[in-house]
Design a protein around this ligand. Sequence first.
Ligand SMILES: Nc1ncnc2c1ncn2[C@@H]1O[C@H](COP(=O)(O)OP(=O)(O)OP(=O)(O)O)[C@@H](O)[C@H]1O
Ligand SMILES: [Mg+2]
Length: 149
Amino acid sequence: MKREYITHSPQATKIVAQKIAKELQRKDEGPVVFALIGKLGSGKTTFLKGLALGLGIKKRILSPTFILMRRFKLSHSHFKSFYHIDCWRLESPQDILSIGWEKILSPENIIAIEWADRIKEFLPRDTIEVKFKIIDPKTRKITIKGKVL
Ligand SMILES: Nc1ncnc2c1ncn2[C@@H]1O[C@H](COP(=O)(O)OP(=O)(O)OP(=O)(O)O)[C@@H](O)[C@H]1O
Ligand SMILES: [Mg+2]
C-alpha cells in the first residue's frame, strides 16, 4: 500500500507520524521497521519525533550525531521498546551488526532508522519505507510504502 502526504510545517509532519504510531499492531513474524529515507533536513528526525509522541515517549528525541542507536522503553504499549537508529555515520553497512541488530529485530520492538538506504541489505522484507522530498523550505512530500496496519 502507498500513502502520500504533503505537509506544510514540522508540526504537520509530526502529526502524520503520530497517527501512524497509534495504529501500529504487533506481528508475530518480526518487528515494525520504518526506513526513513531523504536528504539532509528533509524531515526524518521530525517524523521520528512524531512516532515517539504517538507511542507516549516523554523523553526528548535528539539527532544522534555521534551515537548510532538509542533505545526507549515503552510503557502502556504492547511493544517493549522503540529504537532510534541513525546510519549517517555508518562506515559500512555491516557495522550495523555491532549494535546487536539481530536481537533488536524482535516482534516486540519498533525501529525507526534514519538514512536506512545505507543498510538496505539488512532491512527486513516487510520494512515500511518512508521517503521525504523537499518541495520548498516549508513543504515536504512524504511517501509511505508498506503495510502499516
Ligand atoms: N513540512 C515540514 N516537515 C518537516 N520538517 C520541516 C517542514 N518544513 C520545514 N521543516 C524544517 O526542516 C528541517 C527538518 O529537520 P530534520 O532534523 O527533521 O531533518 P532530517 O531529515 O532528520 O535531517 P538529517 O539528515 O540531518 O538527520 C527542520 O529544520 C524543520 O523545521
Ligand atoms: Mg535527522
